[in-house]
Ligand binder design. Structure first.
Ligand code: UDX
Length: 489
């Protein structure tokens, strides 16, 4: 009998920005003929199964969702305000459940040898699920390839957390006299990264247990047999070279959405997974169709960030005062405070001639729409990369985790946007929107178009991400072959 196709277990962290790129990678691997067991928490599983029939992934017989409890009661919140509880329970209950699941998948191989669901040969785990995956690797001899869903630059910064503590660069306090001093202990970033730009977990106001969680995950993640990143060589080459000092195998395979689209051209299975956990409001596309080319600023703060009623009001007035049309994603859980959805009264009737508001947009389609000329973003890594890929310049207002690092790269390394971190007043918003939308910065216009071209080139035949995904596929096939050889001996 021919060797079976590799069976890979994929383990994302249970949040939108982590699940989406993992699902896209799953789809790429399904196109290569792999079997994929995609392990969500029960909470995410219940959301995803409602929409799975619409996903192209459902057309692959070799793809299935499995799930494990995250350890929290069903009604417990799982948003950014209670992320600490999720981290703790995943590290305890989730870890035991994941180990049990892998053991059961390994046993099943003996019982159902001819079945397509033979034993898995390796695990692809999110970098912040490393405490679950790496112990399984060591106990059950199951190789783990880590998929860190951040940029290469931010991943590199996380590997320096201990050093930053030793050198007393962190914690950083808003209002510190030297918050704008350069951090010099991170190779390749000495001239660009200020203390202000360090990840939010380095700030005083963030619970120290969250920093501890990331320290632990990053230290375990070092022991994985390879690193996958959703980025591309031409964007982050110097940092990717540095990451080779930790991993012999670094697979930069992004932008994943573009890679997937390029692969679909050769496949009978049409459609890429959008990986959206929320219902998209597509009416905004009809609204965009009526707007002049490059006239609209798209505004979205991603899937987890929350803001105060005062902050949203400053953005609202800044956008109105700029005089530019805008499309704004206001999630029902975006604002904390009083009133329906916590929204201040001024924006209770938000859809007017100049502004259009939805609770969730088909973001990639929006960014690719010819009416969109700029993106006011929270600088989540997926949003940043999606914007770079289609050449839309950004205004960055980063808040949590990696976003402060990403926004610095956008404004000061890649020059594809401007950064308004740590400020939130209507006059700044108005000024920045005008600068971006009136093409006042030629360098930004040139850089956005340069990187969009390089992103597309990287996923075409011979491009770096194209070659790296093939390398990853080959390496997993060889792990499977070695396992098969051991079994037959
Ligand atoms: C979180 C962190 O904020 C981010 O910094 C980290 O890199 C991943 O986890 P999130 O807030 O979800 O991410 O932001 P982002 O990484 O940008 O991902 C959001 C995703 O949701 C994007 O792929 C975007 O296309 C999608 N989205 C967002 C929609 O499809 N519709 C929307 O209306 C808004």
């Amino acid at each position: 009998m021919a060797n079976p196709q590799p069976h890979v277990v994929m383990l994302p962290f249970p949040a939108q920005g982590h699940i989406k790129p993992m699902l896209m990678l799953a789809e790429v691997l399904c196109h290569a003929g792999f079997r994929i067991s995609f392990v969500n928490t029960d909470h995410i599983h219940n959301i995803i199964v409602e929409n799975i029939d619409k996903s192209p992934l459902s057309q692959f017989p070799g793809f299935r969702f499995l799930s494990i409890p995250d350890g929290l009661p069903p009604e417990h919140p799982r948003d950014s305000s209670s992320i600490k509880d999720l981290f703790t329970s995943i590290n305890s209950t989730g870890k035991i459940m994941f180990r049990d699941l892998i053991i059961s998948l390994l046993r099943r191989d003996d019982l159902e040898r001819e079945e397509i669901w033979h034993a898995p040969c390796c695990i692809i785990a999110d970098g912040i699920m490393s405490t679950l995956a790496i112990d399984v690797e060591e106990e059950l001899e199951m190789p783990v390839i880590t998929f860190r869903t951040y940029s290469a630059t931010c991943t590199w910064v996380y590997f320096h957390l201990e050093k930053l503590i030793e050198q007393k660069e962190i914690p950083v306090r808003e209002g510190d006299e030297d918050i704008d001093r350069l951090v010099t202990c991170i190779t390749e970033l000495e001239k660009v990264l200020r203390r202000r730009d360090l990840p939010s977990i380095c700030r005083c106001e963030v619970d120290p247990s969250i920093l501890k969680f990331f320290l632990e995950q990053t230290s375990k993640m070092r022991r994985a047999s390879g690193l996958i990143l959703n980025t591309f060589e031409d964007l982050e080459a110097p940092i990717i070279r540095q990451l080779h000092s930790i991993y012999s195998k670094v697979y930069t395979i992004g932008p994943l959405q573009a890679l997937l689209k390029s692969q679909m051209d050769d496949s009978p299975v049409a459609g890429a997974a959008t990986g959206s956990l929320r219902q998209e409001d597509r009416t905004c596309i009809a609204w965009l169709d009526k707007q002049p080319a490059k006239s609209v600023i798209y505004v979205s703060f991603g899937s987890v960030v929350v803001m105060s009623p005062d902050q949203i009001l400053e953005f609202w007035h800044g956008l109105i005062n700029s005089g530019k049309p805008f499309l704004w994603v206001i999630r029902p859980d975006l604002v904390f405070g009083n009133g329906p959805n916590g929204l201040p009264e001024e924006i209770m009737c938000p859809t007017n001639e100049r502004g259009y508001v939805v609770s969730w947009a088909p973001q990639e389609e929006v960014l690719a729409h010819c009416a969109v000329g700029g993106f006011l973003t929270h600088s989540g890594w997926n949003s940043t990369l999606e914007s770079i890929t289609v050449g839309v310049p950004m205004i960055c207002w980063p808040l949590i985790v990696d976003q402060k690092v990403n926004s610095r790269c956008v404004s000061d390394i890649w020059r594809v946007g401007i950064d308004m971190k740590d400020s939130c007043d209507r006059s700044t918003v108005e000024r920045m929107v005008r600068v971006l939308m009136e093409d006042k910065d030629e360098e930004i216009a040139k850089s956005t178009s340069k990187f969009a071209n390089l992103a597309q080139k990287s996923v075409r035949e011979g491009g770096s991400s194209f070659c790296n995904i093939n390398k990853l596929i080959e390496d997993i096939r060889s792990i499977q072959s070695k396992k098969d050889d051991c079994k037959t001996k």
